[in-house]
Design a protein around this ligand. Structure first.
Ligand code: BGC
Length: 769
């Protein structure tokens, strides 16, 4: 844990320039607006260690699969999130010497991510190799109000010299992905156009043919007065720039406001984008930087109204949760049902594709409570629309009759992960997709979704499970062989308890939903049955048989569920027996050693107990938690949050708090030594769950919210907001009381600490703790 950034409730602050942490800082200070985003790279040139990253949502490249040993069923390609044209660049030349912080003495460096108002600010003084000293300030936004726009205000003041300064704002499409299987460049130029104060560069992705027009326009002022300065366009392949030369006196401040636009052919006709981008730039440039900044602040105020969590008495915890909420809102706004939430969002390229089971298992609960219903519905519809491809995917692996296996990683529904133990075996992802339907309906009460879309997905998933199990004559039970559970530090195991459990749960839920849809809308049900060739009697009988006769590994002595068959054959060492030099295992040990070890990457049995807690008594949950947690290395960012929630449920508030800190400050403190690749966006939703479901004890049961609040000793008070069925609730937990307020005129029934109460805008609730 590094504690490199300063603790502040609304800001992330870096003081002093440490090139060693630059890539971590670039990730942490990333900006995004759901449509576009990027890492906190510098505007001016930087020859030090950096990972350049600008991303346009939904734009990807199918990078041909590269594996040593091809296996039938492998996907043809891995979908790469594409590093797109760099719109932030402003090259600075001081009397002919390029400003490059890697070659300067850097003084008073400060970077600040203002989460309240959504901007990134950087200040520094730099002394170049020849002794020229400049003072620089830059402020940058990715506009929420205009989600195809970005803007930068960049000012520079020569401190100890006067002379020629050349600023070259540019759009550079000659970019690469660090992670490219064949070191290929993924973009080709379509066209470019420059004019005196800007230009547009239109690029096309190879193979997928997405086109993105990236444009810029700028204003220059000197000591606050607008200056018209002759500028000269410079172009080369995949690049446009404008050289602005000025003679500046010592102490004068030059400010360049650069407005940028990113229009994608997903949203505009490609052949009109050049003109549309110019119009767009005119508009935002006319608006001006200050107005854009004010709009940005206002848009964030709106977001925070629904999203903020206030932790009193613990600034590090407060900063952590706000950072997570901020990044989630930067990544996905729910406006567009073709988009999803990549594990790294707009903060890095790692993990490729945009959609993992992370979305359903972790992100859906966050968006259900903090955004309008259509946002989580769009996340569900994304999978509904990809059902055809999930059926194709299952067919490729030998399944039939409409069985669906959703991909482990995808951009457009096609599987694009190519490690066999994950692609073919980590099939529990199907379960999370079904669980999200259940979760959405349980939370919103939108049962119509089941008839319109949900049931079709559920039947296809249940069909998959029904074909994936086999009957074991020896056990006289159904078994599921050759799988990888959520714990990816074990592959090709038999009877992963979590996978068997969620498979059976899916089939049970499917039967339940069939009943519901049949009685609510028989005609619709019959139409679906006919359309997908559902042999109701035979297929449901098969589901029932599996439900009844599934095998679950269990140890009678320890009275715990076994993560998989023979888990106890492993040498039962504990994480506390590992030395610091062994960690993280994934970086220090051979893969073979990890596979044979008892160490668990992330919640596995405990993930199941988290999802299905109502089916198990508290002692069962405790025994399994006490057994598995000491064996878990939490090397997936998705792990600490689930442990935090379970620890809170078990009343182990101190452990819950430790896990919370770890999950919420995972990236800020670079716990897993990998923040330089990007932030762990999807697990940030898990952080939110650990506050609201963990400390707030929030659950939804029988169409009603319930709260079992508790406070870590370190906190004076906690308050959070949740939207529920059209009402916004504000829950305030202090050492003395629980106060719940709502904007709803109608009384809302709730449960607090097990007792039913009601709350309305007229009568808020105030209970002693
Ligand atoms: C985890 C997976 C997760 C993926 C993307 C992996 O490290 O083990 O469960 O889906 O990261 O976040």
């Amino acid at each position: 844990m590094k504690q490199y950034f300063k603790v502040d409730e609304w800001r992330i602050i870096e003081e002093g320039f440490n090139p060693h942490f630059n890539k971590v800082a670039e990730s942490v200070f990333s900006l995004g607006n759901g449509r576009m985003g990027g890492r906190a790279n510098f505007e001016e040139a930087y020859s030090g260690e950096t990972l350049q990253g600008n991303y346009v949502a939904g734009v990807y490249y199918p990078d041909k699969t590269r594996v040593g040993w091809w296996k039938n069923g492998y996907p043809e390609y891995f979908a790469k999130v594409l590093n797109a044209a760099n719109w932030i660049g402003i090259d600075v030349s001081l009397n002919g010497e390029q400003l490059d912080l890697a070659k300067c003495k850097v003084l008073n460096f400060r970077r600040e991510l203002n989460m309240k108002e959504g901007y990134l600010k950087r200040n520094f003084r730099a002394v170049t190799a020849t002794g020229k000293e400049v003072e620089v300030e830059s402020i940058r936004i990715n506009s929420l109000a205009d989600d195809e726009a970005g803007a930068i205000s960049y000012s520079i003041k020569p401190v100890n010299f006067g002379g020629y300064i050349k600023l070259t704002p540019s759009i550079d499409g000659d970019v690469v992905n660090k992670d490219a299987n064949y070191d290929e460049k993924f973009w080709e130029e379509v066209s470019k156009h420059t004019w005196n104060d800007g230009g547009v560069l239109q690029m096309r992705t190879k193979k997928t043919g997405f086109e993105v027009a990236t444009g810029m326009k700028y204003h220059v002022s000197v000591d606050g007065e607008p200056e018209h300065i002759e500028a000269e366009p410079v172009t080369r392949e995949k690049y446009i720039g404008t050289e602005i030369r000025m003679e500046i006196k010592q102490g004068q401040r030059v400010t360049l406001c650069k407005y940028a636009a990113n229009l994608s052919s997903q949203n505009h006709p490609a052949d009109e984008m050049m003109g549309l981008t110019q119009e767009f730039l005119e508009r935002i440039c006319h608006k001006g930087f200050d107005a854009m900044l004010a709009e940005q602040a206002a848009a964030w105020v709106e977001k925070w109204k629904q999203n903020d969590i206030i932790i009193e008495g613990d600034a590090a915890a407060q900063q952590g949760i706000r950072f997570n909420i901020f990044q989630l809102n930067q990544t996905y706004t729910g406006e567009d049902d073709r988009l999803n939430i990549g594990p790294k969002g707009f903060t890095g390229e790692k993990y490729g594709g945009s959609t993992y089971w992370d979305t359903e298992a972790y992100c859906v609960p966050f968006y259900l409570a903090t955004a309008p219903q259509k946002v989580s519905r769009n996340l569900l519809l994304y999978r509904y629309k990809q059902l055809g491809k999930a059926i194709e995917n299952a067919k490729l692996l030998g399944f039939k009759d409409g069985a669906a296996l959703y991909p482990m990683v995808t951009m457009d529904g096609t599987e694009c992960h190519n490690e066999w133990e994950i692609t073919f075996e980590e099939i529990h992802r199907n379960g999370a997709i079904a669980f999200a339907i259940f979760n959405y309906v349980r939370y919103t009460g939108d049962e119509q979704y089941l008839a319109d879309y949900g049931l079709e997905v559920l039947i296809a998933i249940s069909r998959f499970w029904a074909q994936r199990v086999n009957w074991s004559a020896q056990r006289q039970k159904y078994v599921m062989l050759g799988v990888t559970g959520p714990n990816e530090y074990e592959n090709n195991v038999n009877n992963n308890w979590y996978t068997n459990t969620i498979a059976v749960w899916c089939m049970r839920y499917t039967l339940d939903v069939i009943g519901k849809v049949k009685s609510a809308d028989l005609a619709k049900y019959s139409e679906l049955k006919y359309r997908i060739g559902f042999k109701e009697e035979a297929e449901t009988a098969h589901f029932r048989d599996i439900i009844e006769k599934m095998y679950y590994p269990y140890d009678d002595n320890l009275k715990i569920f076994l993560q998989q068959d023979n888990y106890l054959d492993k040498e039962q060492t504990l994480v506390k027996d590992l030395s610091a030099s062994d960690r993280p295992l994934v970086q220090k040990w051979s893969w073979d050693r990890i596979l044979r070890s008892p160490f668990i990457k992330q919640a596995d049995v405990l993930q199941g107990l988290y999802f299905f807690e109502d089916e198990y008594d508290i002692d069962t949950i405790r025994r399994n938690y006490d057994f598995y947690e000491p064996r878990t290395v939490h090397e997936s960012s998705l792990s600490p949050c689930v442990h935090s929630i379970i620890a809170a449920k078990l009343g182990d508030i101190e452990r819950a708090y430790q896990f919370y800190l770890r999950t919420s400050r995972l990236d800020i403190d670079d716990y897993n030594n990998d923040t330089e690749d990007g932030c762990h966006i999807t697990s940030m939703a898990g952080t939110w769950m650990s506050v609201v479901e963990g400390f707030g004890g929030m659950r939804v049961k029988d169409g009603m919210l319930s709260f079992d609040p508790m406070l870590p000793a370190e906190w004076k008070a906690l308050s959070f907001k949740v939207g529920f069925r059209g009402a916004l609730l504000n829950v305030e937990i202090s050492k003395q009381s629980v106060v719940i307020k709502t904007d709803s005129e109608e009384a809302i029934r709730l449960k607090v600490n097990g007792s039913e109460v009601s709350v309305s805008s007229e009568a808020s609730l105030d209970l002693e703790r």
